[in-house]
Design a protein around this ligand. Sequence first.
Ligand code: SAM
Length: 283
Amino acid sequence: METEKSTEAYVNYAHSPDNAWVKTERRIFDYLFSRFYKDRFNYLNNESKVNIPKIKTAFGQTLPENFSVLDLGTATGRVATRMIEYGVRPRNIVAVDIDLAKLDDSHFPIDVQKIHGDVVNISELLSNKFRDSRVNFELITANMLFHLLTYDDYVSCLSQVRNHVREYRSRLMMVVPHPLREELESIREYHSQKSTTETAPWGGRINYQIKTIQDYVRGLREAGFTTTFIGTAGVEIGEDSRLFLHDEAVWSELERYRKTGHHTKLPHCFRLWLVATPSGDLF
Ligand SMILES: C[S@@+](CC[C@H](N)C(=O)[O-])C[C@H]1O[C@@H](n2cnc3c(N)ncnc32)[C@H](O)[C@@H]1O
């Protein structure tokens, strides 16, 4: 958790016009949500499952009233705010963070339900809040949280979350710093799963629990999810390819960075995103 001063610095950074959220993360969520929305709701009221063109295209018009979202590591609620812009009712969003000052910040969206606590105890937090162990979410979001958790805590949190996802068409969407960002020089270190402390763009210190791409995928599987999409974003190699890069483009960009000598890391906004669906029994 951060001190009062670094929380203030974080908030100033997080709500400035030019940061990783604006450059990359918000765009990832926009893309993933619109894709999810099409998959899930295009067939609504359409028993024959024929994909007829939609007449109403604005999200807010057809998103069901009770569509519910759980946002993990919400900070000042940027993801929650974006969900409201998509048409989700604020009261159907539950946003969790360990740092009370961020939840109490003036940017936090009105009427979103906040929970102050550690996501590693998410089941307990939810049952304390709702007095109902069967509380269910249709979308789980986690932007820039899971790199802060150890592998075991990551799996533990997701396993608990899995108990609150009861539909096959539900989704988990997560974004983390791209694991390759840190280890341009040494693929051996990339596999060593160490933790490092680094200075964040807003000046605070972050204890970063490095996990490989495979760890993220394996953790999802252990927790009862199936990874359905995975992608990279944030290397600025032209407007069109900025958001979704082919592997070759990522590797050639890595190579270019490496060759320039003074760059040993990729840009700060280089991200990995994963989308998962629940696997196993739904109850
Ligand atoms: C980089 S910020 C995420 C920003 C936010 N998701 C967004 O997109 O605006 C990481 C957040 O995770 C929170 N956090 C870190 N570890 C946590 C934990 N174990 N439980 C709950 N929140 C945690 C931090 O307090 C911080 O607000």
